[in-house]
Design a binder for this molecule. Structure first.
Ligand code: TYM
Length: 343
């Protein structure tokens, strides 16, 4: 093509960049899946998606090294099992890409102590682990900002619990940009309308969490179908009988949200379909749709987790690509803050 032709050609629109991460601590829950991973899979069809197993975040809480290695590999296999496709997006393990730690240091010098002190996750986790309130736990949101800003991400698909961290990432980016001219893209959260906050099955006013001591409170996405149905049958609801979405019915609202996210049925349709049937039937139905939906994930997982060579090939390729992209941002940042180049 000649230069003239080049000039008249319409520049292809830049595909939006998506970044998100998940910690490899224990097995993923239905909350992780419906709040985040399910959307990661959909988004990869349309956008430039970059997904990471954030093992560096995981060590803010004490980890057994062998278990962390195993969990990291399994979390990677589980992502693929859920449908994240390494041919369509970049998937990597955070500690394989050194730029994350490097940008974190610079950004931490542009983050205020007061800002980090206000993070609710820090307050919650320090209350939960009073014997290990480490500095990493405190600066965790800066590492998260680095993860996102390194890739100039437009959108960050997360559950509602990560909203505050994302707002901080935006504040840090805005501050840096105004001090040193435009450097970082301002990332927007992508929080699903449905499923952004899946609640515990035992205490439905609390978020479903994999660290819950009561295994009946959460569904692991690798739970056996019969276990899933059993856990739903035991789900805590209320003393009424009507399957309807209404304030104050946290347990039923949560079950209806789960059912609706998976089947696509509206709350009205669910209420109609289960009119006069009572909670027992509904709980079993939710258990069955979840178990059926997760069946292929579990089967794929068994296949991937036993193919270590393939997993390694995928994460090595992912890390290489992630390093290439993120190094461009890091270089820009180093230059802007005044670090003397070593070239
Ligand atoms: P993590 O590992 O706790 O959770 C991974 C994703 O799952 C979502 N999630 C939920 N969604 C709905 N209902 C629930 N009960 C539920 N529990 C968890 C989380 O919101 C999250 O989207 N700090 C992050 C990981 C991270 C990250 C990042 C995310 C590190 N760097 C950069 C986005 C961008 C975390 O601990 O997620």
């Amino acid at each position: 093509m000649t230069t003239a032709e080049n000039n008249t050609a319409v520049a292809p629109e830049r595909k939006k960049v998506i970044f998100s991460g998940i910690q490899p601590t224990g097995v993923m829950t239905l909350g992780n899946y419906l709040g985040a991973i399910k959307n990661w899979v959909t988004l990869q069809e349309e956008y430039n998606c970059i997904y990471s197993i954030v093992n560096m975040h995981a060590i803010t809480v004490r980890q057994d090294p062998a278990a962390l290695r195993k969990n990291t590999m399994e979390a990677f296999a589980l992502l693929l099992a859920c449908g994240v496709d390494p041919e369509k997006c970049i998937c990597f393990i955070q500690s394989h890409v050194r730029t994350h730690a490097e940008l974190t240091w610079v950004l931490s010098c542009f983050t205020q102590f007061g800002e980090l002190s206000r993070m609710t996750q820090f307050k919650d986790k320090s209350a939960k682990h009073p014997d290990n309130i480490n500095v990493g736990l405190f600066t965790y949101p800066v590492l998260m900002a680095a993860d996102i800003l390194l890739y100039q991400a437009d959108l960050v698909p997360v559950g509602a619990d990560q909203k505050q961290h994302l707002e901080l990432s935006r504040d840090i980016a805005g501050r840096f940009n105004s001090l040193f001219s435009n450097t970082f893209k301002m990332p927007d959260p992508y929080i699903p309308k449905l499923g952004a906050r899946i609640m515990s099955l035992q205490e439905p006013d609390k978020k479903m969490s994999k660290s819950d001591e009561n295994v009946n409170a959460f569904i692991s996405i690798l739970d056996k179908p019969e276990t899933i149905v059993k856990k739903f049958k035991r789900a805590v609801t209320d003393s009424e009988t009507e399957v309807v979405f209404r304030e104050g019915k946290d347990g039923i609202n949560n079950l209806m949200t789960i059912y609706s996210t998976i089947t696509g049925d509206s709350y009205e349709k669910i209420a109609n379909d289960f009119a006069g049937k009572g909670y027992g039937d509904f709980k079993t139905a939710v258990g069955e749709v979840v178990a059926e939906h997760l069946r292929p994930v579990r089967e794929n997982f068994d296949r991937y987790v036993n193919d270590k060579a393939y997993l390694k090939e995928c994460y090595q390729k992912g890390a290489e690509r992630a390093l290439m992209i993120s190094s461009r941002t890091l270089e820009k940042v180093y230059k802007k803050v005044g670090f003397l180049p070593n070239k």
